[in-house]
Write a protein that binds this ligand. Structure first.
Ligand code: BGC
Length: 751
């Protein structure tokens, strides 16, 4: 069990009614709508920098110190009682400065919606988006932004002005228990999609916290593991994903991670925080720690940490409180540094709108928000295999067997701090683990019921799938078999392997053996292996599909909407193909220091590793079928103004409306990259049958470049580059050559 929440296994109780009551101080701030002459920083017409400078001058030393130290927002009885002013069952709280009109910071997780912390007796019932991986599988930044705006509005209306979302850690480890929270394996795709989500969240005039910075790629040993990697490789992969997302969304906060990076903890890592984030990228927001990720006072602060989160509950000492005070007195930390920390925090509160638009509890339209989540889920579901047009489902079938994964009552969600509790209660009670990192929650949106509503004449029979022999009998007596299989993944532990748990491979194999048409629907955090793949007719990857997941699955299965998701992550054929066939670290000794050697793959993550090694995955990155068909033509490249642009035409050559995701990859003819090619652009296009659309994409110059340490920037080597257009990283249908001039690209954020 994860020590972060070890104590929460002692059942937490939250007072009835506590989740809707806002502490008095949260309502105070409306008083500050107009700027009294004595508080010029409250003038919304001034820019955030000026306002931060002004208020900083008025602050006492204690007020500055107040801003940099946070408290946990949930009770862990009997060990810990949340402090007054915090919101019950919440992630964190930093007191405000009412004298100056600076609100408290009420912090909530996370990327799929407004979570409740702890195994509390009462929950916030909120809308859950599909998992981050599912949203990324839409390859549709507009949907990600809408989803972000929706959960941001729920955060605001729940009394929160800091949302601990978007996770953009790349999938270096397909077994990572938190992959479901993140944006897949490619820096461009993850950066664009997570950036769009953060932009949406911040449109609610609150702070969004991009995380977990950086190289936090597995949960096993997450508090101690040392991620070893060359700096150039890191800048070309994980850090580039952060950089692209930060450029797209200007998140007002960054959360440093639990793990170490090249020896130093991420929250006391001068290279990550001071050098890359603040100096190279010129980041103006503040760095908050992950919960229990601070290990020092002056070392962290001097390395660039601005705020300690939940220090009272999870860190060994109140580092950015009493320890910092002593460090200031001894000169180990300068006054200028504390001023910078406090300034960054208030600047973000001004820049986000959190000061001018105080949060307050307000009604939430769960029905409308459920539709936002559903639209996202429908576009994120990936049709992996579809033999002989088995899907869309012929609802004329008389006897339909629906098997497994509690599909009669709900859909699965991912576990840990990001857990959103659903309206309508949990679809399945009593599952283990009940406490951290659980509970395991199925949202009450039943795929079976959604299918029944669409085929009232058919006879549906549900079987829980636990006994393969019973499954075989039911399948033999059915016209059509739909097997649901799932894999609960969670923060704080990794999946032991890519094999579906609970003997579900045997269930699917038993269904397939009966010789009937079999459709498999997977609800998993990320990739799994499929030993039965050749024996089933169709496979739909539904991830964790969120609040209205059952309806979303039914609509894709029946073809009410096209299948338009594409894989944001490679599905390996087996663990043997991975850079680390066996996970490093041992969950049984969580405190024993160890390292993971990410220089094995360096920047060649996911499809790049598979390409480089010539490995055949089970399903490649970018893959996903549609119910219609598309053709690409007129591929052209141009290099005007030092920018490579790629244009082409997409045509819907099938008989029904659909959406496609044409993908552009680039490959230097001279080689020299971490892998043969990189994703350089993509666009989701919606087309009526027979319709065409012209697409023009501009390639981010860093995706043509390599990191040059001597120049401290990116260098594009002059020469010929192959531009490849395809429906996945492994289905390239057109190629063109672009001759590119030498170019230097600065290290800073590109606008
Ligand atoms: C997680 C963070 C989360 C924080 C607050 C940590 O355990 O790693 O992602 O935001 O808790 O709940």
């Amino acid at each position: 069990m994860n020590s972060r929440f070890r104590a929460s296994a002692l059942a937490l109780t939250i007072a009835l009614g506590g989740l809707s009551a806002l502490p008095a101080c949260a309502q105070d701030h409306s008083r500050h709508a107009a700027a009294p002459a004595a508080k010029p920083w409250l003038d919304p017409k001034l820019d955030a920098d000026t306002r931060a400078d002004l208020v900083l001058k008025a602050m006492t030393q204690d007020e500055k110190l107040t801003l940099v130290y946070g408290y946990f927002g949930a009770d862990m009885k009997p060990k810990y009682t949340r402090i007054e002013g915090s919101l019950p069952g919440s992630a964190g709280y930093v007191p405000g400065l009412p004298r100056l009109g600076i609100p408290a910071q009420w912090e909530t997780d996370a990327g799929v919606g407004v979570a409740t912390q702890g195994s509390a007796a009462e929950f916030r019932e909120r809308t859950a988006l599909p998992s981050g991986m599912a949203t990324t599988a839409t390859w549709n930044p507009e949907l990600a932004q809408k989803g972000g705006a929706m959960i941001g509005s729920e955060a605001r209306n729940s009394g929160f002005n800091v949302m601990l979302a978007g996770g953009v850690n790349l999938v270096r480890e397909p077994r990572n228990g938190r992959n479901f929270e993140y944006g897949g394996e490619d820096p461009l795709l993850a950066g664009v999609m997570v950036g769009a989500q953060i932009k949406g969240i911040q449109s609610a005039k609150i702070v969004s916290t991009i995380k977990h910075y950086a190289l936090n790629a597995q949960e096993t040993g997450r508090f101690v593991v040392d991620s070893r990697i060359g700096q150039a490789d890191a800048r070309t992969s994980d850090l580039l994903a952060f950089q692209i997302a930060i450029e797209a969304s200007e998140p007002h906060s960054v959360m440093c991670a639990y793990n170490r990076v090249n020896g130093d903890y991420a929250c006391e890592n001068d290279w990550l925080l001071n050098k890359v984030l603040k100096q190279d990228w010129g980041y103006k927001g503040y760095v908050m720690s992950d919960w229990g990720a601070v290990h020092s006072g002056s070392k962290s602060v001097n390395a660039g940490l601005d705020q300690e989160s939940a220090g009272d509950a999870f860190d060994k000492q109140p580092f950015l409180a009493s320890v910092l005070k002593a460090d200031l007195a001894s000169g180990a930390v300068s006054q200028a540094r504390l001023d910078d920390m406090a300034r960054r925090i208030v600047r973000s509160l001004f820049a986000s709108g959190a000061v001018d638009h105080p949060v307050k509890i307000a009604p939430i339209d769960l029905a409308a928000n459920g539709k936002v989540s559903q639209a996202d889920a429908e576009e994120g579901i990936v049709l992996l295999k579809n033999d002989k047009g088995l899907l869309p489902l012929a609802l004329k079938a008389q006897k339909i067997a629906v098997i497994g994964a509690y599909a009669n009552v709900g859909v699965l969600s991912g576990g840990g701090s990001s857990q959103v509790y659903p309206a309508g209660g949990r679809a399945v009670q009593g599952l283990e683990p009940k406490t951290w990192p659980g509970p395991v929650i199925y949202y009450p949106s039943s795929p079976l019921k959604a299918l029944q509503a669409r085929a009232p004449q058919a006879k549906f029979t549900y079987d829980d799938g636990k006994d393969p022999a019973a499954v075989a009998r039911l399948a033999a007596d059915s016209d059509l078999v739909i097997v649901f299989a799932d894999q609960w993944t969670t923060e704080s532990e990794d999946a032991p392997s890519l094999t579906l748990p609970k003997n579900q491979d045997a269930t699917i194999a038993a269904a397939a053996k009966a010789g009937k048409k079999v459709v498999v629907v997977l609800e998993t955090g990320g990739p799994v292996t499929m030993p039965w793949l050749n024996d089933v007719g169709a496979v739909l990857q539904a991830w964790y599909p969120g609040t209205n997941g059952g309806d979303a699955i039914a609509r894709v299965l029946t073809g009410e909407v096209d299948a338009t998701g594409r894989l944001p992550v490679t599905f390996p054929a087996s663990e043997a193909q991975l850079p680390r066939p066996t996970l490093d670290g041992d969950p049984k000794t969580p405190d024993a220091l160890f390292s993971v050697d990410y220089s094995i793959e360096g920047a060649a993550i996911g499809y790049k590793w598979f390409d480089k090694k010539g490995l055949q995955p089970l399903f490649p990155f970018g893959h996903g079928l549609s119910y219609t068909s598309f053709a690409y033509s007129d591929l052209k490249t141009a290099t005007a103004g030092g920018k490579l642009t790629v244009s082409f035409k997409v045509t819907n050559t099938g008989k029904r409306a659909g959406k496609d995701v044409p993908q552009v990859y680039v490959s230097p003819k001279a080689g020299g990259w971490e892998a043969p090619r990189r994703l350089a652009g993509f666009q989701k296009v919606a087309l009526a049958p027979g319709a065409s659309q012209a697409v023009t994409l501009t390639v981010d110059p860093r995706l043509l470049a390599t990191w040059d340490d001597a120049a401290h920037g990116w260098k594009v080597a002059p020469g010929d580059y192959e531009v490849q257009l395809g429906a996945s990283s492994a289905a390239i249908s057109a190629k063109a050559t672009a001759t590119v001039a030498a170019q230097s690209v600065p290290v800073g954020l590109l606008k």
